[in-house]
Design a protein around this ligand. Structure first.
Ligand code: FES
Ligand SMILES: [Fe+2]
Length: 339
């Protein structure tokens, strides 16, 4: 059994990472080589030559074909071998697996699994290139297992302690939240609405709001690979209008594409999008730098935790409490996807 849910879309790359050179990236333990055809289509092939298993990513792109760097076999963008040195006949089995990709809103999603790709199941991340939103983005290579990142994102009470001074304030850990499991849409949601609380530097500097503020975190996770935190911050008492108008508030969405690399490492594609100060690049620069600091704090903590978990005997007990409701629901859904 695979260590990762199969027949799902995972974020494989930012669009700008895939171009006219070969990019090697392991996704769910599968070595993949990415490139873009001259016409601009992204391509993903298994990164192993059928001949002697040399990584194709160490070869070169010749027009739209990959030439193996060892003995020169060539493969087209469907994975079919088109050239074998020293003979005219191309063996029928000379073919490398090709992966299905969807490029949408500046993410390239890859389908991992044997079934037909389900195009209707690509998670919606349109805010990444919607002109109504301003996006800043990054990719953080995370040397720890997917489940540690998932636990981290599904319990934001840790912001109070791990991210104090950036995005964390005392009220987060103190404020009760609700968790719901949406079986129909395969989502886990949690929601925490804080009233008249301190405005952390992350939002004070970007929005200009002063404490006290009302701060909402409405999170959903589409296991295994997509997480969104819908944040609303407003001066205390400013409510959304009856027609849905909420122009007195600032809205931020924090997006994560969580893609396992191996059992012990994860690609974390993340973005911060906002619906305010769209023409002020300094606000985007600030949010990017601030979130890089936040992600680094998680990275430092989870890198330590990976070492702990990896070296403890299997079955070592944890203790779960109320703040773990979201994480436990997400683990449960992941277990079902795996079984
Ligand atoms: S290993 Fe690729 S051509 Fe020999
Ligand atoms: Fe965090």
């Amino acid at each position: 059994m695979s260590a990762f849910p199969q027949n799902h879309w995972y974020v494989a790359a930012w669009s700008h990472e895939v171009g006219r050179s070969l990019l090697a990236r392991t996704i769910c333990n599968e070595p993949v080589v990415f490139y873009r055809t001259a016409a601009g289509e992204p391509v993903a092939l298994a990164d192993r030559c059928v001949h002697r298993r040399y990584p194709l990513s160490l070869g070169k792109l010749v027009e739209d074909e990959v030439e193996c760097g060892y003995h020169g076999f060539k493969f087209d963008c469907a994975g079919a071998c088109t050239f074998v040195p020293g003979q005219d006949r191309i063996p029928r089995t000379a073919r490398v697996p090709r992966y299905s990709l969807v490029e949408r809103h500046s993410w390239i999603w890859i389908w991992i699994g044997d079934q037909e790709p389900d195009l209707s199941a690509v998670p919606d991340a349109h805010w990444l290139d919607d002109p109504a939103w301003g996006a800043v983005r990054d990719l953080t290579y995370s040397p720890f297992r997917h489940s540690l990142l998932m636990d981290n994102l599904m319990d934001l009470s840790h912001e109070t302690y791990l991210h104090a001074g950036l995005i964390g304030t005392p009220e987060i850990a103190r404020t009760p939240f609700t968790t719901t499991v949406d079986e129909e849409n395969h989502l886990v949601r949690f929601s925490r609405h804080m009233s008249a609380v301190e405005c952390p530097p992350f939002y004070a500097k970007s929005t200009g709001f002063k404490s006290p503020i009302d701060r909402w975190q409405d999170v959903y996770f589409e296991p295994p690979s997509f997480w969104v935190n819908n944040v609303r911050v407003a001066p205390h008492g400013v409510e959304p209008g009856p027609n849905g108008d909420d122009s007195g508030a600032a809205h931020v969405k924090i997006l994560h594409g969580l893609t396992p690399e191996t059992e012990h490492s994860t690609w974390d594609f993340w973005a911060v999008v906002r619906d305010f100060a769209l023409d002020d690049d300094s606000v985007g620069d600030f949010l990017l730098a601030m979130n890089q600091d936040v992600v680094q704090q998680d990275l430092d903590a989870l890198t330590v935790l990976e070492q702990v978990v990896a070296t403890e005997p299997p079955g070592t007990q944890e203790l779960s409490v109320a703040i773990d409701a979201g994480g436990l629901a997400a683990r449960d859904m992941m277990r079902r996807l795996l079984s």
